[in-house]
Design a protein around this ligand. Structure first.
Ligand SMILES: [Zn+2]
Length: 481
């Protein structure tokens, strides 16, 4: 494990990110360009994301299933927009078992097509609806420019796929799952995301409407952290997903899909991290509390380790994720830096003085320096630690929200928009037109992130920031990952 620091965020944010991901032991590069090796600490963080989402999916009536990695190439071609959107990034298997395949197989970039094929078999009557399925899987998209967690050729995700009798129900499902993502991001990951609708240009290939949660990273760039799509009847028609209604008439279903990936790990790193490394929200941190024994002599070691074992056992029995750093031959200072790099929310230090006074020293990761440090009695430590972890969770969300709000600006003119999106987010009246969107993208490299569901001036309208035509909604614009 390296003891050297990371590149400061202010110096080179991209380098900072790569340094932290590697030095905090989240992930590493692989021999295959564009793929990554997720290390145990990073995978545990992802497992926390999975658990938080899976619980919410089940609470809203969804069931998990698993579909094949390979999809017949012809399936992709059935939905015209879908194949156009995904063709450039497909990995295709043409040889299997040493023989050329009759029909090439696509390694799934997403599973609307193969799940649509299965739905067509599973659904006959209105009594089979709604059908609410989720799959945890890996997908492959042949990306040319990749970055650990943020954009990799193979990544892990979940993809929800549902079928409904009416468009209203499908739209309600799409928004419900967007709400689930928002709830997870805000309450578990402490990321104050903005839920909204994508412009026509930015929507998913094959969707009628796409929605996303958008997050601001510490470099003020936007990251799309989860998406939810109203697919209308596009895939139902392409895969003949039909049901007989109450009048015994055949109707096409209305389907949705929604996904959140290992990108979320990158979002957590870039929302909370600082120049000392990661800062993890307690609800997702693989280790919530690290206990560091401090002693110099063999006489001190015995009583210190007794106290460390007593304290860590009590915290563990209370259901907290605790690690004791009993590594010999490493100084406490080295250990402090190491756990700060890994973003552990709370550090407990126990030395000979603490043994004598029946106290421990606590150091919070969310507040730097002396202000984050306190000495508390060993009695009642479980309650103290629980309350502190709750406070750290809330404090990370508050810090991220304040940071975001400082860098959001409502703009009234195109000149103002150009200036703001160079480094921050602009909120502007936007007609949603392709020409207006293209002009902004060409001239600023910023894209429309979303029309926020919560409009700042509901019921009002204003002139589109580009063309001046009346617009009924405002949209966020920013440079994005
Ligand atoms: Zn316009």
């Amino acid at each position: 494990m390296s003891q050297q620091g990371v590149t400061p965020q202010s110096e080179d944010f991209a380098r900072w990110y790569t340094d932290v991901v590697q030095k905090a032991d989240l992930a590493d590069y692989s021999p295959v360009r564009g793929c990554m090796i997720i290390k145990p600490y990073g995978y545990e963080l992802w497992e926390g994301v999975k658990a938080g989402l899976d619980r919410r999916f089940k609470a809203t009536g969804h069931q998990n299933a698993y579909f094949p990695l390979f999809i017949p190439e012809s399936f992709l071609k059935r939905e015209a927009e879908h194949v156009e959107g995904f063709s450039p990034e497909l990995a295709v298997v043409t040889i299997g078992g040493g023989k050329e395949l009759e029909e090439p197989l696509v390694v799934r970039p997403t599973s609307e097509t193969i799940i649509g094929w299965a739905f067509q078999k599973w659904i006959q009557s209105h009594r089979d609806l709604p059908l609410l399925i989720n799959q945890w899987a890996n997908v492959v998209r042949w990306e040319l420019r990749t970055r650990l967690f943020l954009r990799t050729m193979e990544f892990l995700w979940q993809e929800g796929h549902t079928a409904h009798a009416t468009h209203e129900e499908a739209e309600a499902e799409t928004l419900q799952m967007l709400g689930v993502y928002e709830d997870f991001a805000v309450n578990d990951a402490a990321i104050p995301v903005i839920p909204g609708r994508k412009s026509d240009q930015e929507r998913f290939a094959g969707a009628v409407f796409s929605y996303s949660i958008e997050a601001m990273m510490r470099d003020r760039k936007a990251l799309q952290a989860g998406t939810s799509h109203d697919l209308g009847q596009n895939f139902a028609r392409a895969f003949d997903i039909r049901y007989t209604d109450e009048n015994n008439e055949l109707q096409y279903c209305w389907t949705t899909s929604w996904g959140l990936s290992t990108r979320m790990v990158g979002a957590i790193v870039m929302t909370h991290g600082d120049d000392k490394g990661l800062r993890l929200p307690p609800r997702l941190a693989p280790i919530q509390v690290v206990v560091v024994p401090i002693y110099r002599t063999a006489e001190e070691q015995g009583p210190v380790m007794d106290a460390v074992n007593r304290v860590s056992t009590a915290l563990r029995e209370a259901g907290l994720r605790v690690h004791v750093d009993a590594r010999a031959n490493l100084s406490p200072g080295f250990k402090f830096n190491d756990w700060e790099m890994r973003g552990v929310p709370l550090r407990v230090e126990i030395g000979p003085k603490d043994v004598a006074n029946h106290t421990v020293a606590l150091a919070r990761r969310d507040i730097a320096g002396r202000e984050g440090k306190q000495f508390v009695p060993q009695a009642g430590l479980v309650e103290t630690v629980r309350a502190l972890l709750d406070d750290i969770q809330a404090s990370l969300l508050r810090q991220a929200t304040e940071f975001r709000d400082q860098h959001l600006h409502e703009v009234r003119s195109y000149a103002e928009l150009v200036e703001v999106v160079d480094d921050e987010w602009a909120l502007a009246w936007f007609c949603g037109g392709a020409a207006c969107e293209a002009k902004i993208k060409d001239e600023t490299q910023a894209t429309s992130r979303c029309f926020p569901l919560k409009q700042p001036h509901p019921g009002e309208s204003g002139p589109c920031v580009v063309c001046g035509q009346p617009a009924r909604e405002m949209a966020y614009f920013a440079k994005a990952y």
